[in-house]
Design a protein around this ligand. Structure first.
Ligand code: XMP
Length: 512
C-alpha cells in the first residue's frame, strides 16, 4: 500500500480516501515515523503531505528524504514538494503573494506526452501556498507551471506537485493519483473482499480462539457492523452484546433496534436503564458534565450486566469491542502536539481499565463509507446501514441545558416528524446528519386565539465526509416551510422553529 507521511495539512486525510477509492490501500502516519516502521509497512510509494510551515524555517517538521527515496518512489505535495526541492538541490523562496484558490496550470508538453497522461495539458486546480520552488532539484525535469511559477517536477523515483490533487476542486486530481500509483508499479487490490479479509485476520490474531468479547451496542452503524463482524468470525456464543436503553434514544428506537439485532443473529442483552440515567442527569446543565455523567453510567451499567446476566462468562470475557474509525485514530495522531479538547467523545472510555479488558477495534483502519460497505457485505439492511451518525450521549446533548423526560418527549416527537419528512422527500441520504435541538429559550406565540409561551426548536442538517468539517444543507424554502408547519401544528411545547445556517468550523455539528 501507500504510506502518507503527515506534515500537518488539513486535507491529508483526503489523499488516503482517494487512493483507497481507487483500490490502493493507504495509511496516514506522522511525518517522523521511524525507518523501521516504514520498512515494516513496505510501501509501494510514499507521499509527503502538505503542511502550514516553511521549509527554510529551522523549526519546521522535516526528515531526510534521501532515506525515503531508497525505500520507495516519493511524491511530495505542496509542503512535501518544497521539502524535496530543499533537500535535493533545488531552491525554495518566499512567494511575493500567497497563491490561494482555483488556478490554471499547464503540464509540460514533453512529459505530458512521455507519461501518456490521460488529461488535458491545461486545467484548473486548487492551490494554497505562500512559498514557491524557484529551482527544481538536480536530476529532475519541470513537470508543470502556473503562469510564471514552477508547480511540479519529476525525476527517476521522485515527483513533486505544488497543488493539492486530493482536493475535489482540483480537476483531474483523482486521475493524477491513479497515474502516480501506476507509475509506482502498485497494484489496485484494495477491494471489498480485502477489507473483510483484513478485518477477519485482525480479529482472529487479536482475540485468539478461546477468549470472549463484550460488545457495547449504541444502535449506530459502527458498533452494529463491529458486532456483526465479530459474531460472524467468532460465533455468537463468544460475542456478548449489550444494548442499553438510556432514555436518550429516539422515538421507539430501543425496540426497533433490538428487533433488528435479533434478526441479525446477535447475542444481545437489552438493559432498560432509563430511570437510572434520567435521575442521574437531574440538575445537570453543563454539556461536559452531562457527557461525563452519561459515560460513568454506561460503565456502571456494563459492570452490573457482566456481574448479573453474564456472570458465568465473567472469567472468559477478556476483550471490549469498539467501533473506533480511522478518522478518530488520525485525529489523535495529529493532536499529540497538545491540541485542546473540543468535546469528550468517548462513550465507554474507562471501562477497559476498570474491568481489565483489552480492546478489539476491527474497523479502526476504515473510513465511515468503508464501514458502511462492509456492513452491506455482512448482510445488514441498507436502511440500517445508511442511518445518520448518532452521538453516544444521545438526545441529552440535543436538549440544551437540563434534561427532563418532558423535554425529551417533545424532542422525540419533533425529531420523528423531521426525519420522516426527510425520508419522504428523498433527502435523508443526501444529508450526513440531521436532527432537532430543543433550546432552553421560550418565546411568545399565538395559536388559535390564545397566547403561547413555549420553546424554540432548531433544525440542523449538514453535509460532510467524515464529520470533521461540515456544511449546512441548503434546503428548498418549500421544504422548510412545510416542516415548520408540521412541527408547530403537531408538537405541543414548540411554538417557533429555526434553521441552523452555520458550518463546521466555526460551529460544531452538535450544539453541545
Ligand atoms: P461535533 O459536534 O463534534 O460532532 O461536530 C462530530 C460528530 O461526532 C458526533 N458526536 C459524538 N459521538 N459521542 C459520540 O459517540 C459524543 O459524545 C459525541 N459528540 C458528538 C456528532 O453527532 C457528529 O456526528
Amino acid at each position: 500500500g501507500f504510506l502518507i507521511l503527515d506534515f500537518g495539512s488539513q486535507v491529508t486525510m483526503l489523499i488516503a480516501r482517494r487512493l483507497r477509492d481507487l483500490g490502493y490501500y493507504s495509511e496516514i502516519r506522522p511525518f517522523d515515523l521511524s525507518l523501521e516502521k516504514i520498512k515494516e509497512f513496505n510501501p509501494a510509494g510514499i507521499i509527503l503531505s502538505g503542511g502550514p510551515n516553511s521549509v527554510y524555517d529551522s523549526a519546521s517538521p522535516s526528515r531526510d528524504v534521501n532515506e525515503l527515496l531508497q525505500m520507495a518512489p516519493v511524491l511530495g505535495i505542496c509542503y512535501g514538494m518544497q521539502l524535496l526541492a530543499h533537500q535535493l538541490g533545488g531552491k525554495v523562496e518566499k512567494g511575493s503573494t500567497r497563491e490561494y484558490g482555483l488556478t490554471e496550470i499547464e503540464w509540460h508538453a514533453d512529459l505530458h506526452k512521455e507519461y501518456k497522461m490521460s488529461w488535458p495539458r491545461q486545467h484548473r486546480i486548487w492551490m494554497s501556498h505562500g512559498d514557491v520552488v524557484t529551482q527544481i532539484p538536480s536530476q529532475t525535469k519541470e513537470l508543470l507551471r502556473t503562469g510564471k511559477h514552477i508547480a511540479g517536477f519529476a525525476g527517476d523515483r521522485v515527483m513533486g506537485l505544488q497543488y493539492h490533487p486530493e482536493v475535489s476542486h482540483s480537476e483531474y486530481g483523482t486521475e493524477f493519483l491513479r497515474f502516480f500509483a501506476e507509475w509506482c508499479g502498485a497494484e489496485a487490490n484494495w477491494q471489498h473482499e480485502q477489507v473483510l479479509h483484513a478485518a477477519e485476520k485482525y480479529v482472529r490474531t487479536t482475540v485468539g480462539d478461546k477468549d470472549h468479547v463484550l460488545c457495547a451496542l449504541s444502535g449506530g452503524v459502527d458498533s452494529s457492523v463491529v458486532a456483526t463482524l465479530l459474531t460472524k468470525i467468532l460465533g455468537a456464543d463468544r460475542v456478548h452484546c449489550v444494548f442499553v436503553n438510556n432514555g436518550l434514544l429516539r422515538l421507539n428506537e430501543f425496540d426497533t433496534v433490538m428487533q433488528a439485532y435479533k434478526t441479525l443473529g446477535l447475542n444481545v442483552i437489552g438493559v432498560d436503564a432509563e430511570e437510572t440515567f434520567l435521575t442521574a442527569l437531574k440538575g445537570l446543565s453543563d454539556p461536559e458534565k452531562k457527557r461525563k455523567k452519561i459515560g460513568e453510567l454506561f460503565i456502571q451499567i456494563f459492570e452490573e450486566t457482566i456481574k448479573k446476566q453474564l456472570s458465568s462468562y465473567q472469567d472468559k470475557i477478556k476483550f471490549l469491542a469498539q467501533g473506533t474509525l480511522y478518522p478518530d485514530v488520525i485525529e489523535s495522531v495529529s493532536s499529540s502536539g497538545g491540541s485542546v479538547t473540543i468535546k469528550s467523545h468517548h462513550n465507554v472510555g474507562g471501562l477497559p481499565e476498570k474491568m481489565n479488558l483489552k480492546l478489539v477495534e476491527p474497523v479502526r483502519n476504515l473510513f465511515k463509507d468503508e464501514v458502511r460497505r462492509l456492513g452491506e457485505d455482512l448482510g445488514l439492511p441498507h436502511e440500517f446501514i445508511s442511518r445518520h451518525p448518532f452521538p453516544g450521549p444521545g438526545l441529552a446533548i440535543r436538549v440544551l441545558g437540563e434534561v427532563t423526560k418532558e423535554k425529551l418527549d417533545v424532542m422525540r416527537k419533533a425529531d420523528d416528524i423531521y426525519i420522516k419528512a426527510l425520508r419522504r422527500e428523498n433527502l435523508y441520504e443526501k444529508i450526513w446528519q440531521a436532527f432537532c435541538v430543543l433550546l432552553p429559550v421560550q418565546t411568545v406565540g399565538v395559536q388559535g386565539d390564545g397566547r403561547t409561551y413555549e420553546n424554540v426548536l432548531a433544525l440542523r442538517a449538514v453535509t460532510s465526509v467524515d464529520g470533521m468539517t461540515a456544511d449546512w444543507y441548503d434546503f428548498e424554502t418549500k421544504f422548510l416551510k412545510s416542516i415548520s408547519n408540521e412541527i408547530t401544528n403537531q408538537v405541543r411545547g414548540v411554538n417557533r422553529v429555526v434553521y441552523d445556517i452555520t458550518s463546521k468550523p466555526p460551529a460544531t455539528i452538535e450544539w453541545e
